[in-house]
Write a protein that binds this ligand. Structure first.
Ligand code: AMP
Ligand code: GLY
Length: 436
């Protein structure tokens, strides 16, 4: 069998998924729509400059694509899975309705309440005066969240009530987030440590992926603004076997069963952003209807099983037959971001050192450079330019987290572009508490 696959998206997550899929002996080619400079250079991958759903459907028919895999949330929320299925095409991801678990925080909260899934106490508002009145009865810190998708800008963890009042006005009166912020959630603040728990589901059966931990704040020591994620590692030691079982029992299984019971079986990657409280309780901060970025990069570097087989089981509803094997080493990814990120990023800077290192990576299995916001510059100069907020994710394996950290940063230090922002402490929670 020699299949052609299609991965939709252009970030580091999609580069990692497509790279992993291309390693299957069953796969002839992986198209990436639209991809980036890294996916263009990767053996076995080919970029196609398409983004409209109708064009992707036509392409999948023409090229006889065996399976399409969707990276980001927005095409899922737009209903790409529904459209592909109606057109008789195989696609891995949740339907538009199932993707509401991410697209509407109020939907997700009501779902969790209905199915007894632990999460922070909350109330929802579209009236600013009622929202202001509600927080007068509460204490800071308190969390204000836009209901809809807001590209990472929809959550304000207010350390004072003044900040909370301001966030309400920004969303409900000034409409700074548009429709996404026309309804808000006000949520109790949860104390603890965050972890990402990602599974594959076929609507009924569940296959958990390796655990991971992201680093959401821009600056070292979890300071500065929230970002999409500045680095991640896997496995996350904080998820002990006991905690793993508890998360499956209290959160993941009831979510998959709840979606099925509500008539909207969840097929796809399901990402639960969790808070582990100091008392060992686990609560859901958010659901995402896709893989995490940058969590995917270290997770894919550790995955030994053929990803195309796992995803085929998921779309055929035979995930109970799937087995999954992991590299026992730790993988750690460091994001190199452009100046200005998470605000408006500076673009078009030449990235130096990159092509030399990428030409070495084929000869070793212990690191891989995943591209996100990159594009080609002057073809005669073999140039790669920055073209987005998160530019690269340098991902390395090591016998332990400290060695993976050193390996990744050795490579980071050889790559340069003007205004590059990195965190220096990716993995620090695991390094400080190696035995927990
Ligand atoms: P979300 O997009 O809902 O995951 O929120 C983004 C980030 O805000 C999370 O990764 C947490 O760091 C923080 N956050 C969200 N909800 C809460 C909460 N209830 N308590 C404390 N921090 C939170
Ligand atoms: N890294 C967090 C996310 O993908 O949502």
């Amino acid at each position: 069998m020699s299949m052609k696959l299609l991965v939709i998206g252009s970030g580091g997550r999609e580069h990692a998924l497509a790279w992993k899929l291309s390693q299957s002996p069953r796969v002839r080619k992986v198209y990436v729509a639209p991809g980036n400079a890294g996916t263009a250079l990767e053996p076995g991958l080919e970029n196609i400059a398409l983004t409209a759903i109708a064009d992707l459907v036509a392409f999948a028919h023409e090229e006889d694509i065996a399976l399409t895999i969707v990276g980001p949330e927005s095409p899922l929320v737009e209903g790409i899975v529904d459209v592909f299925r109606t057109a008789g095409l195989k696609i891995f991801g949740p339907t538009r309705k199932a993707a509401q678990l991410e697209a509407s925080k109020i939907f997700a909260k009501a779902f969790m309440q209905r199915h007894g899934i632990p999460t922070a106490a909350f109330a929802s508002f579209d009236s600013p005066s009622e929202a202001h009145h509600y927080i007068e009865q509460k204490e800071a810190p308190i969390v204000i969240k836009a209901n809809g998708l807001a590209a990472g800008k929809g959550v304000v963890v207010a350390m004072t009530l003044a900040e909370a009042h301001a966030a309400i006005d920004t969303m409900l009166i000034e409409n700074k987030l548009g429709e996404a912020g026309s309804q808000i959630l006000i949520e109790d603040y949860l104390e603890g440590e965050e972890a990402s728990f990602i599974v594959i589901s076929d609507g009924r059966n569940i296959l958990p992926l390796a655990t991971s931990q992201d680093h959401k704040r821009l600056l070292d020591n979890d300071q500065g603004p929230n970002t999409g994620g500045m680095g991640a590692y896997s496995p996350a030691q904080i998820i002990s076997p006991t905690l793993h079982a508890k998360i499956m029992r209290e959160i993941i299984t009831p979510t998959i069963q709840g979606m099925a019971r509500d008539g909207e079986p969840y097929i796809g990657f399901l990402y639960a952003g969790l808070m582990i409280t100091p008392q060992g309780e686990v609560k859901v901060l958010e659901f995402n209807c896709r893989m995490g970025d940058p969590e995917t990069q270290p997770i894919m570097l550790r995955l030994k099983t053929d990803l195309s087989i796992l995803l085929e089981h998921a779309v055929n509803e035979t995930l109970d037959k799937a087995e999954i094997e992991w590299d026992r080493r730790t993988a750690l990814g460091v994001v190199m971001a452009a100046e200005g990120y998470p605000g408006v990023p500076r673009k078009n800077d030449v990235i130096s050192g990159l092509t030399e290192i990428m030409s070495n990576q084929a000869s070793t299995d212990d690191f891989h450079i995943f591209h996100a916001g990159t594009a080609f510059g002057d073809p005669n100069k073999n140039e790669i330019l920055t073209m987005g907020g998160r530019v690269l994710c340098i991902t390395a394996l090591g016998e332990n987290i400290k060695l993976a950290h050193h390996r990744a940063y050795d490579i980071v230090n050889k790559i340069h572009f003007e205004g590059c922002q990195i965190r220096h402490d990716i993995g620090y929670k695991g390094i400080e508490n190696p035995n927990r």
